[in-house]
Structure formats: C-alpha cells, structure tokens
Design a protein around this ligand. Sequence first.
Ligand code: UDP
Length: 327
Amino acid sequence: MRVLITGGAGFLGSHLADRLLAEGHSVIAMDNLITGNTDNIQHLIGRADFTFIRHDVTNYIYVGGQLDAVMHFASPASPIDYLKLPIQTLKVGALGTHNALGLALAKRARFLLASTSEVYGDPLVHPQREDYPGNVNTIGPRGVYDEAKRFAEALTMAYHRSHAVDTRIVRIFNTYGERMRLDDGRVVPNFIGQALRGEPLTVYGDGAQTRSFCYVSDLVEGIYRLLMLPPSDDASMPVNIGNPFEMSILEFAQIINEMTANGGGIEFRKMDRIEGDPQTRQPDITRATSLLNYAPVVDLREGLGRTIEYFRSRVGASLNPPQHAAS
Ligand code: UDP
C-alpha cells in the first residue's frame, strides 16, 4: 500500500511510519512541524519507500499518484500544546480532517482517523465503552481539542455514510514511549524529566485522578490491525485502543521515582491542574478484542524502562554538564 500519514513527524505518526515500512508499504509523511520534529523520521530520510512533505493540512492537500490509505494523525495532542495552539488545534481537527477525507475520497483510499479518549471528556461511566457519548465542556480549556476530535469523528462518519468512503476511527488512550517530546507537558515526559534531574515530581491536584497508560508498540499494533481490517460498516465504527491497566497519578509518580531511584520526592501543585482534567480514564477494549483480537502485551515497567532510557539519552547532556578544569 502507499500510505499518507498526516502528522508523520510526530510521536505516533513516526512510529506508524516505521511499522508500515517494516510491513513493506510505502509512506508519505506530511507535517507542518509545529509540534512534530524531523528528528523522529531522520532515520527514514533517503529511503526510496519514504517521502517527507512539509505541509499544513489545514490547507488543500495535494499528493500525486495512487494512494491506498490516508491516516490522519496531525494535531497538537498534549494539553500544554493545545492550550498554546487552540485555533490551530480546532483547524486541524476540522479543516484538516475535511481535506484529508476529501483526498481519500478522490483517491478511493481507506481513511483512518486518530481520535482520542478525550471525546469522553470527564467521563461519568467507567471504564469507557465506545457507545458512551461523553461528558465534554464545549467552552472549557480542553474543549478546543475534545470538540475538534468530536467534529472530526462526525465528519468521518458523514463521509462514510454519504460518500461510501472506507473509514476507520481509533480512539487512542494515554500512550507513551520513545519520541515523546520532553517538553510536551504530559505526565510521562514531565515526571521522567524531573526524576532524571533529581527534582520532585509535580503531581497536579491530589493525584487521585486515574489514567491507563499504553506503550506505543501496543497502540501501533492495534492501529495496524484496524487499518488492515476488510471494509464493513462495523469496521467503520470507533474502536478504543489502549491498555486497561489503570492507576492514580500519585501511584504513577511513585513508580517513576522508584524506577529512577529519584530522591526528589513529590510536590503537589493544586493550581496547575487544568479545569476539566478527567478524574478517571480507562478503556474498555472489549470491542478491540473481538474485532481485532487485540491485547496489549508490554507491561508498564517494561515500557517505562525503555522510555526512561530514551529520555536519559536526551537529557544526558543537561544532566552531566561538561566539567571545566579550574584555571
Ligand atoms: N499531571 C500531573 N503532573 C504533571 C503533568 C500532568 O499530575 O506534571 C496529571 C494531569 O493533571 C492529568 C494526568 O497527569 O490528570 C495526565 O495528564 P497528561 O497531560 O499526560 O494527559 P491527559 O490524560 O490529561 O490528556
């Protein structure tokens, strides 16, 4: 297959590119690099089966030749990023999705939307199943991301129903791993960065809020299976992909401190908690299991171990400043 990945220089987009190339497909990665980084795809540049195009997909997307799939992963995705880039976030969810769907329709290509557990907002049911319509505050600070993704899902279903585009929607739950940005503000890079610098981990609120963390290779496996599924109306309905292993943010901080032997402790920062921060989040993956035979296989400590090593190599320089001999 010849596959376009929007957001192809991002954390998830670049891992998907690796996986598709490993399976023998060819990849066009498109990114405007506002939150993505070419470091993530540096190792692919120069390959005959890989192309990078710097482009903002909120503008008309031109790709020459045949395309078999369009995977729409472009979007700021960490709360810090989308609070800084609220209009770009809404535009890429709305205009970017429209352009990407229009391209899929024109090329008769399969379309896969990267949606999010954020469509469930601060959920009132637990765990979250795909048929739960969510509890989102349209005008809260997180609304710019949540509503962009909800609109993107609605538009995707409209193209499926009105234009018979073969569409897929994956609802991604908290995913972590190599190539996350150290400064993206999310809990995994924040805590690991702080721990590696020997600082206290900044737990927002009282840390009782929960998340369920999925290692990136498990997420990519689920998405790849969804992409490869034969077309059907069922295949076009949203699918949660994540790891249901849930814990509180406080417990998560304790694990990071233990794994990094950080003596910096924990600092509670009540004021830093963003309004509407979900109190609980856990995917119900029954549908992914029955549709895709999906199950996460990388356990938290194993995935965190790899991620810590990655961040250690990235922050190594600032952790060990060169020693200058006293003159
Ligand atoms: N969080 C925290 N300290 C940090 C960063 C985040 O306690 O330094 C909390 C945040 O309040 C949220 C959870 O960790 O409850 C996950 O936040 P993240 O930004 O990773 O993503 P979210 O799941 O909220 O989209």
